[in-house]
Write a protein that binds this ligand. Structure first.
Ligand code: ADP
Ligand code: F6P
Length: 482
């Protein structure tokens, strides 16, 4: 294991809403463990291979009193993780309620998707307190606590207060979503508390410097005394660093996975199945921020405007189930499934189905093979913190040099060179359709040039670099160079 820095003597404690594994109970009452999906888990799992840290989080289920030790042992032994147990009602109001029905839509500037219930705010505060109750007994002098994501915005402030006696304790926070402009942020309940809590950190990180700026702008509006200069920012007589730290992936691991027999077998199956057809791939959690209906409409328009492609191209859209108890997500599923049915009905022939829609989570080797076999990957998010799928696709395209189509509304647009991708506006279906045509017709030389440019970033900005850059900034309290 690497250390964060040769001079660092403490331990790293990572706190996120989720631990890397999610637990479900089978009909027989047994526990079923499965990898949690999403950018946060992918990034932290990558970092865990290089740096030793303890990971605190909710196990995703209300565990009966008698089973808690079993779950604790499983998480400790396999993941160096500590479960924080929540009752079903509290978790429901914190996760489905405040976090995913108020914070998530507002952080993505979509107040129309928000719900409301007064009990959610109380539950949110309570869960942040419960996390603190569970973490405080572990903390020692010189430790670095790194809190992640919007489910725990109040936690840094609570920890700072409760741990004020600890020597040289560092607290950091990283947000895995965009940060909105102040007109959206100021809609939020307890916005002052959120800003105060984050400014009690040593380092506050975002995927992009623009989100960092937007946070500071909001903090200045809701709190008095937040200085104008981000390079010399103090709050409560303590220095705070607020900066962009884009997450990355371990590209080499994806490349190695491609060489395994399991992936080779999956690839062979896919090649046989889609012989002679170009493949357009979409991999998204079934979330309204991902712009899946916009992608489907553009594909419909493309097939209508370019009938020469009908029968020669197929779209494979993975829609990974997510937050299924939230109304907005149920409505989205209905909309997407209606559109898939309609478009398939319109363009299908007896031999050919234009969209293969899979509403499920696939195995890692299947995902890897899908990335490698596709000619085009479309990211059509209407807002997205960063988007790791785009990086993973590039990493698996050493051979084919497939084309990445990227929405201008995803954070990754700030990290990947614009000339390496085909930019798209998800709201402009006719042009989006033309871009699909451009991607499918692009020659190998141009594809290879773009792929090389992309990989320059993807190979360099790994999740290990991201984690180390953040932790070293916490340690040294120096503003990182851009
Ligand atoms: P988000 O965090 O919004 O879901 P990202 O594109 O940043 O979006 O990250 C999605 C991550 O989820 C990727 O790293 C992808 O590999 C991962 N993923 C996709 N499908 C699965 C799955 N079935 N199991 C585990 N992780 C998955
Ligand atoms: O990208 C934001 C995020 O909340 C990540 O933190 C997480 O990886 C992903 O969405 C999945 O969300 P959930 O934990 O609700 O399944």
């Amino acid at each position: 294991m690497d250390s964060v820095d040769p001079d660092f003597e403490g331990r790293v404690l990572v706190v996120a809403n989720r631990v890397p594994i999610s637990i479900k109970t089978t009909q027989e009452g047994e526990f079923e463990y499965s990898m949690s999906s999403g950018g946060l888990v992918s990034g932290l799992k990558g970092l865990a291979k290089a740096i030793d840290f303890k990971w605190f989080g909710w196990p995703g289920i209300d565990v009966h009193r008698n089973d808690k030790d079993k779950v604790r042992r499983h998480l400790q032994d396999n993941f160096n993780a500590v479960p924080i147990f929540l009752s079903e009602t509290l978790a429901e109001m914190h996760y489905n309620g405040f976090s995913n029905s108020i914070l998530w839509p507002l952080l993505h500037r979509m107040p129309d998707q928000a719900g409301s219930d007064e009990r959610w705010s109380k539950a949110y505060q309570e869960v942040n307190e419960i996390f603190a109750d569970n973490i405080v007994p572990y903390v020692e002098d010189n430790d670095m606590i790194w809190v992640h994501d919007y489910h725990l915005l109040l936690l840094p402030g609570i920890l700072r207060e409760r741990l004020s006696k600890k020597k040289n304790l560092k607290i950091g926070f990283f947000l895995h979503t965009p940060f909105p402009t102040e007109d959206y942020f100021t809609i939020l309940p307890f916005r002052e508390q959120i800003c105060r809590s984050l400014l009690l950190c040593d380092v506050v990180g975002f995927h992009t410097n623009q989100y960092a700026k937007d946070f500071l702008e909001s903090a200045r509006i809701v709190l008095k005394g937040v200085s104008k200069s981000p390079s010399d920012l103090h709050w409560n007589r303590r220095k705070v660093i607020v900066h962009g730290f884009p997450l990355g992936i371990e590209a080499d691991e994806w490349k190695q996975k491609l060489e395994t027999d399991a992936v080779k077998q999956e690839l062979a199956n896919l090649r046989e199945e889609f012989d002679d057809q170009k493949i357009i791939l979409g991999v998204d959690r079934l979330d309204y921020i991902k712009g899946i209906p916009q992608k489907l409409r553009a594909y419909d328009r493309f097939l209508t405007d370019h009938p020469e492609w009908v029968g020669k191209v197929v779209m494979i859209q993975l829609a990974i189930p997510t937050r299924e108890d939230v109304d907005a997500y149920r409505r989205l599923r209905e909309e997407v499934e209606l559109l898939v049915g309609r478009i398939n009905g319109k363009h299908a022939t007896f031999k050919h189905t234009p969209i293969h829609y899979l509403h499920r989570s696939v195995k890692p080797e299947q995902l890897c093979a899908l990335y490698a076999v596709s000619d085009v990957c479309i990211i059509s998010s209407i807002r997205d913190g960063l988007n790791l799928v785009s990086y993973e696709y590039a990493a698996c395209q050493e051979e084919r040099k497939g084309v990445l189509m990227m929405s201008t509304y995803a954070g990754a647009i700030k990290t990947l060179p614009p000339s390496s991708v085909i930019l798209l506006n998800p709201w402009d279906a006719p042009r989006f359709a033309e871009r699909i045509n451009q991607a499918l017709n692009m020659g190998i030389e141009e594809r290879a040039k773009r792929h090389k440019e992309m990989m320059h970033v993807v190979d360099t900005w790994t999740s290990v670099k991201w984690g180390k850059a953040f932790l070293q900034t916490m340690m040294k309290m120096e503003i990182p160079k851009d």
